[in-house]
Structure formats: structure tokens, C-alpha cells
Design a protein around this ligand. Structure first.
Ligand SMILES: Nc1ncnc2c1ncn2[C@@H]1O[C@H](COP(=O)(O)OP(=O)(O)O)[C@@H](O)[C@H]1O
Ligand SMILES: [Mg+2]
Length: 138
């Protein structure tokens, strides 16, 4: 039984990745984990209160998204949702290693995709460093 990890960042491309991962999990009766990473806030001039408020908003967004995924994922043998904080690629790779994923599913692009022809920076890091196969959904 394969263990699938799919990465969701709120973008259309990652919606598609989740859709594909759900289909695969159904077909192969695989446990599915959906991960959303809240990126570190590098804006050093932010005061702590603003930082906390922004993190709260981002966390609430991620929770809403994961609840929507959960609603779409009926018929899946096991579904877990994870919210992590930090560097997205590093957190996704660590989660994949931790759960011994046999497949990571990502979108080709994310929320900041300006370069339509190149893989996004997070997905390309995952392809380069993943301990397992990676499916990049286009
Ligand atoms: N913060 C994140 N949390 C979870 N998954 C992410 C995150 N950022 C990116 N991804 C995954 O990587 C894919 C590609 O996004 P990314 O490489 O960030 O592209 P871009 O450079 O266009 O933003 C997304 O579709 C999603 O699957
Ligand atoms: Mg991105």
C-alpha cells in the first residue's frame, strides 16, 4: 500500500494536485496526507503583534482549505491533514521522510508563479531532494 503526501499552498495548481492525489488514494486504497506549510515571515520590521496576527490569518486560511479537502475526500482509507511552519520545501521533505511516503504530489506552480515555463521553486526543490517518487501535476 502506497503512502501519498500531497502539498497544498492555496493555489489553483495545488488544488489540481490534491484532486489527483485523492483519485490515486481512492484507486490504490492508499493513506493520504495533505500538508500546508505557512512560510516563515521574513519581514523583520514587523512588530510581534502584527506577526502573530498574520500567522493567525494564514493558519485560519490553511485550516479552511484543509477542511474543504476533507469534504472532497470521502471514500479514502485514511486522511490526515498537517499544518507546519517554516520553509515549505524543507517541511514537506521532512514530512515525507517522517511518514515514509512512497509518493509526493505537488502542483507545477504555486501562488507566486511568474515564470510559466519553469517549475516553481518549492516543487523543483522537492523533485531534487525527495526520498521517493514525485508526481508534479500540470
Ligand atoms: N507553503 C506551501 N505549503 C504546501 N505546499 C506548497 C507550498 N508552497 C508550494 N507548495 C507546493 O508546491 C507547488 C509549486 O509551488 P511553488 O514551487 O511554490 O511555485 P511558485 O514558485 O509558482 O510559487 C504547489 O502547487 C504546491 O503543491
Ligand atoms: Mg510558491
Amino acid at each position: 500500500m502506497k503512502k501519498i503526501l500531497v502539498a497544498h499552498d492555496g493555489s489553483k495548481a495545488s488544488d489540481k494536485a490534491v484532486q489527483t492525489a485523492i483519485s490515486l488514494a481512492r484507486e490504490f486504497k492508499s493513506p493520504l496526507t495533505v500538508i500546508s506549510v505557512i512560510p516563515e515571515l521574513y519581514l523583520t520590521e514587523l512588530v510581534e503583534l502584527d506577526r502573530a496576527r498574520i500567522l493567525d490569518t494564514l493558519t485560519a486560511d490553511a485550516k479552511k482549505t484543509l477542511a474543504r479537502v476533507r469534504a472532497k475526500a470521502e471514500g479514502i482509507s485514511s486522511l490526515k491533514t498537517l499544518i507546519k511552519y517554516g520553509n515549505p520545501a524543507a517541511e514537506i521533505l521532512a514530512a515525507a521522510a517522517g511518514m515514509k511516503a512512497t509518493l509526493i504530489v505537488t502542483g507545477s506552480h504555486g501562488r507566486h508563479g511568474a515564470q510559466k515555463f519553469l517549475l516553481g521553486s518549492v516543487s523543483s526543490k522537492i523533485v531534487d531532494h525527495a526520498p521517493c517518487s514525485v508526481l508534479v501535476v500540470k
